[in-house]
Design a protein around this ligand. Structure first.
Ligand SMILES: [Zn+2]
Length: 278
């Protein structure tokens, strides 16, 4: 399946495609095995930092090996900002590119995004643009995240029309990471945009959102939902728990197996949230 077709298919079926970040092959394999077992598909994603840590060529090798072994995963660059990294990801064969130009002026964001769409479209690579600032960060430290600025529908409409992105990340109430207050999505922002332009949406900061909010988002045209923080928490808790109970064990396979079982549970829960149960 072409990654661009994913969005149409999800939209028609009132589903969303989950995107899960990974920092190592054990987590990528756990995600891939879990979605395959559930008969679904997903994006496996790396931020610039997660990409540089593993090296771009290794990340692509992991994704290609999974794809060639029949795992239904697509490789996504999450919050790509630097031109160099985006170019590298395109050349190496990423399936989806998220260009995060949310720190730029609207004009500059449109110009840069358009350039990326022009390179990616002939290659069948999906491009995700971003308008508005999605705050928070996928860590547990409150201070490290940025503040959200809700997407202005008129800006998103202009951005989507001029850039022709495949999917659009908007800031409509969610934030990266887990917030202490329950997050309420402002679906009216998406509804207003959709009155004027037919673009599917991306929900960032899916961690911690209840099923009711996820369902509302999917009904409003969200086709991709990003999850990161809860996978990180599960993996880290798994490592700590195992070592607390087996302090003499130094075998990475034993330690990682325990951590990956925790990740598997979270992946399964999130995939089920993304599948339309009607
Ligand atoms: Zn994000």
């Amino acid at each position: 399946m072409n990654p661009v077709d994913l969005w149409n298919r999800a939209y028609l079926k009132k589903n969303a495609v989950p995107s899960f970040n990974f920092s190592g092959a054990d987590v990528a394999l756990t995600i891939a095995r879990t979605v395959k077992r559930l008969g679904y598909y997903c994006l496996i994603s790396t931020s610039e930092r997660e990409l540089n840590f593993q090296t771009p060529s290794l990340v692509v090798s992991i994704a290609k090996a999974l794809q060639e072994s029949g795992y239904p995963v697509f490789l996504n660059l999450d919050h790509g900002k630097s031109s160099e990294i985006i170019r590298r990801a395109i050349d190496l064969g990423f399936d989806c590119i998220h260009f995060d130009g949310s720190d730029l002026s609207l004009e500059e964001n449109i110009t840069r995004t358009k350039e990326i769409v022009e390179i990616c479209r002939p290659r069948g690579i999906s491009v995700e643009g971003e308008v508005g600032k999605i705050g928070g960060s996928s860590t547990l430290q409150d201070e490290s995240g940025k503040t959200s600025e809700l997407t202005k529908p008129e800006e998103a409409i202009r951005f989507a029309k001029e850039t022709q992105v495949d999917i659009l990340a908007c800031s409509f109430g969610s934030a990266h990471g887990l917030s202490k207050e329950p997050e309420i999505l402002d679906i009216s922002i998406l509804e207003e945009i959709r009155k004027h332009v037919d673009v599917p949406f991306v929900l960032h900061g899916g961690s911690g959102l209840p099923q009711t909010e996820i369902k509302k988002a999917i009904s409003a045209g969200v086709v991709k939902i990003n999850f990161n923080t809860e996978l990180r928490m599960a993996w880290t808790e798994g490592i700590k728990e195992y070592l607390n109970q087996n302090s003499q064990d130094i075998v990475p396979v034993n330690i990682l197996t325990h951590a990956d079982l925790k990740v598997e549970k979270v992946v399964e829960e999130k995939v089920r949230m993304c599948i339309n149960s009607e």
